[in-house]
Ligand binder design. Structure first.
Ligand SMILES: *Cc1c(COP(=O)(O)O)cnc(C)c1O
Length: 371
C-alpha cells in the first residue's frame, strides 16, 4: 500500500540530529520563547526574504494575529476564497471580521483579482489569497487591486513554504505572510506551530505583544493580548528541518513533473496547471478527473491511497456558510473544481518504484478499456 502521506519517513531522516538538539533544549531548561524560537524567526524570515518573523501557536493564529495586528476586527470584511482549508475562514472570524468568498481562476484555482474587485464593499479591509497546493496566487493584479482600493494584502502561505512568484518568495508579496508548521506542511513540526513574516516592523512588534498577553515587560500588558506562542522544542525541530526544505521542495517538483509528463496522454485525467509566473512547491499534487469516485476506488484497489482537498467548499459547510458573504458573480469555478479534484500521494520520501506504481495505477484508472 502506498499511503497518501507518511510522516514517519520524514522524521526518521532527522532522528539523530533531532535527538541531540532536543537534549540541548532539555538541558537549557527554557521551553517557551527562548533561543530556538528567536533563531528560527530570524532564519525563516531571511529564507522568505523579509525582515521579521514572529512565531505563534498555529497557522490559524498566524492569519488571525496578522489581521488583528493590522487593526482588522468587528464590522470589517476580509476577501478570501472558498476552496481552502477551514482554518483560513476560522482565523478571519476569530478577529471578528466577516469572510467574503470570491471565485478563483478556473485553471490555477487561486484568487482571481477580477472577482475580488467585484466583491469589494465599503467594509472591505483586506485581501487574503491562499497559495493553494503550494502555488502562489497571481499576486501582481492582487497587489495593484489592494493598492488602488486601499486594502491590506495578507498571504495564506500555509501550503507554500519556499514557493516563489516573479522571483520573490511567498510571504514577501503583501503586508504579511502567514505560515503553518502543522506536521504535514512542507515545513512541518511535531505538533502545532506557525509564523507571521513581514517587512513592517510596527506590525511585527504588535504581533509579538499580541502573542504573549500584551506584555511589553514581564507581567505588564501594554495592549490586550492572548497566548499564542511557538515552543522551543518545535522551533528546535524546525531549525533542523529548514536547511532541508529547498531539496525537499525540489524533489516534490521532480515527482510532480514525472506525474504530469506521464499523464499528458491519459484520457480524462488533467494534471495541475503551473503558472508561468512562479515556482510551485507542490504541497499537494491535485489532478482533475471526471469520474472521481471510480478513479479513487480503482487506485485504492491497486494499493494507492488518494485524498480530496477540499471536497466541500466553505460556503457549503454548515459551520461556516451563514457566517460568510459570497462575492458578486458567485463561485462557479470553485464549485466545478470541488467535484473534480483529486490529490495523489506526493512527498519527497516517495521511492522510484512507488512513483511508477502511482503513475501506472492512475493511467489504468482513466484509459478507456482496451478490447
Ligand atoms: C494548514 C492550513 C492553515 C493553518 O492550519 P493550522 O492547522 O492552524 O496550522 C491555513 N490555511 C491553509 C490553506 C492550510 O492548508
Amino acid at each position: 500500500m502506498i499511503p497518501f502521506n507518511d510522516l514517519s519517513r520524514r522524521v526518521e531522516q532527522l532522528r539523530g540530529p533531532l535527538e541531540k538538539r532536543f537534549s540541548r533544549i532539555l538541558d537549557g531548561g527554557k521551553f517557551i520563547l527562548g533561543e530556538s524560537v528567536a533563531r528560527l524567526e530570524d532564519e525563516f524570515a531571511r529564507y522568505c526574504g523579509v525582515r521579521h518573523g514572529v512565531g505563534v501557536a498555529s497557522g490559524t493564529d498566524a492569519i488571525w494575529l496578522a489581521l488583528e495586528g493590522l487593526g482588522i476586527g468587528d464590522g470589517d470584511e476580509v476577501l478570501t476564497v472558498a476552496n481552502t482549508c477551514a482554518p483560513t475562514i476560522s482565523a478571519i472570524l476569530k478577529c471578528g471580521a466577516t469572510p467574503v468568498l470570491v471565485d478563483v481562476d478556473p485553471e490555477t484555482l487561486t484568487m482571481d483579482a477580477g472577482h475580488a474587485e467585484r466583491a469589494i464593499s465599503r467594509r472591505s479591509r483586506c485581501l487574503l489569497p491562499v497559495h493553494l497546493y503550494g502555488q502562489c496566487a497571481d499576486m501582481k493584479p492582487l497587489r495593484s487591486l489592494a493598492r488602488r482600493r486601499g486594502l491590506f494584502l495578507v498571504e495564506d502561505c500555509a501550503q507554500a513554504h519556499g514557493a516563489s512568484y516573479r522571483g520573490r518568495r511567498a510571504g514577501s508579496l503583501g503586508d504579511a505572510g502567514a505560515f503553518s508548521f502543522y506536521p504535514t506542511k512542507n515545513l512541518g513540526a511535531l505538533g502545532d506551530g506557525g509564523m507571521v513574516v513581514t517587512n513592517n516592523s510596527r506590525l511585527a512588534d504588535r504581533i509579538r505583544l499580541l502573542r504573549n498577553y500584551g506584555y511589553s515587560r514581564p507581567n505588564q500588558s501594554s495592549i490586550k493580548g492572548y497566548n499564542s506562542r511557538l515552543d522551543e522544542l518545535q522551533a528546535g525541530l524546525l531549525l533542523e528541518a529548514l536547511p532541508t526544505l529547498e531539496s525537499a521542495n525540489a524533489r516534490r517538483r521532480e515527482i510532480a513533473r514525472a506525474y504530469s509528463a506521464a499523464f499528458a496522454s491519459a484520457v480524462g485525467l488533467k494534471s495541475p496547471v503551473e503558472s508561468p509566473n512562479g515556482i510551485p512547491v507542490y504541497h499537494l499534487y491535485v489532478a482533475r478527473v471526471a469520474k472521481r469516485d471510480f478513479f479513487r476506488k480503482t487506485l485504492l484497489a491497486r494499493g494507492v491511497d488518494t485524498a480530496v482537498h477540499y471536497p466541500v467548499a466553505i460556503h457549503k459547510q454548515k459551520g461556516y456558510a451563514r457566517l460568510c458573504r459570497i462575492g458578486q458573480g458567485g463561485l462557479q469555478a470553485t464549485e466545478k473544481a470541488a467535484a473534480e479534484i483529486v490529490s495523489l500521494p506526493l512527498y519527497p520520501e516517495l521511492g522510484a518504484l512507488e512513483i511508477e506504481k502511482v503513475i501506472a495505477a492512475a493511467i489504468n484508472a482513466c484509459l478507456p478499456k482496451r478490447v
